[in-house]
Design a protein around this ligand. Structure first.
Ligand SMILES: [Zn+2]
Length: 261
């Protein structure tokens, strides 16, 4: 087809839905293009070459042809189906959460290779680790970091004063710890113990999961960190990204598509 452009990339399937008689719409996350929505034509047909290659959470090598609205999958080969993840309910649930967060924290066609590497690495570790809760918390912390939403845990997010040792309060809307003097006006504050704060700092600092998996963190502490990160992550996805998306929409101007008048 004249003018058509085909490119090959690796990708993780974040989600899929059926469309039309036999097609699928897929949301892929790629290292070079970021998040991209594509159509896999005829993928639901028994005889389709694409059938079984692009299930959710699959890491695949795909060939995509640039389409008018959505790119089209020309060919796909599974690199890793993460079978031990998809065949275990707890691991599957965690993997779907990881995929959902990746989707929620990213905008289409904005490459973020560290996010891709984190996604693949997390799915890989999820297949084998018995520290899945800690791995999930690490994913949240590093995803926040790679997308520019890392919480402030060293100084008061408001007045920048150094934090006194002890328990603290975290504000989702301000994105960090608030000192006693700056608490007024913050809506819901989440209590955060010194130990929980230390673990979150550690997850952010020590990049290799091998180094983290050997550290003992009690279930109570994991639970405390989970409450904090769940709340903050939800806040960012619902509030923060809406603004980012809007900004991307307003500020994006691909070559040759200048606004008329
Ligand atoms: Zn303060």
């Amino acid at each position: 087809m004249p003018g058509s452009r085909t490119y090959r990339t690796e990708a993780v399937v974040l989600r899929q839905s059926a469309i039309g008689e036999a097609d699928r719409i897929l949301t892929l996350y790629t290292p070079g293009v970021g998040k991209v929505r594509v159509v896999a034509k005829g993928a639901r047909r028994q005889k389709s070459r694409l059938r079984g290659q692009l299930e959710p959470l699959t890491r695949a090598s795909v060939s995509l042809s640039a389409g008018r609205s959505l790119d089209v999958v020309v060919e796909a080969q599974t690199v890793d189906a993460f079978r031990s993840v998809t065949e275990d309910l707890e691991r599957l649930t965690r993997a779907l959460y990881v995929a959902e967060l990746t989707d929620g924290f990213t905008v289409e066609r904005s490459a973020n290779e560290p996010v891709y590497r984190l996604l693949v690495e997390t799915l890989g570790w999820l297949s084998i680790t018995d520290r899945a809760a800690l791995l999930t918390r690490r994913f949240e912390v590093l995803l926040l970091d790679h997308t520019g939403f890392s919480p402030e845990l060293y100084r008061c997010v408001e007045c920048r004063s150094e934090l006194e040792p002890g328990g603290h309060l975290f504000s989702c809307s301000r994105g960090g710890i608030v000192c006693p003097l700056c608490r007024a006006g913050s809506e819901a504050l989440i209590p955060l113990s010194l130990n929980a704060m230390k673990v979150v700092r550690l997850l952010r600092r020590r990049r290799r999961f091998e180094d983290i998996a050997s550290i003992h963190v009690s279930d109570r502490l994991i639970g405390e960190i989970e409450r904090l990160l769940r709340n903050y992550v939800r806040y960012v996805v619902e509030r923060g990204l809406r603004t980012t998306r809007f900004m991307d929409l307003v500020c994006s101007s691909s070559p040759g598509t200048r606004r008329a008048s």
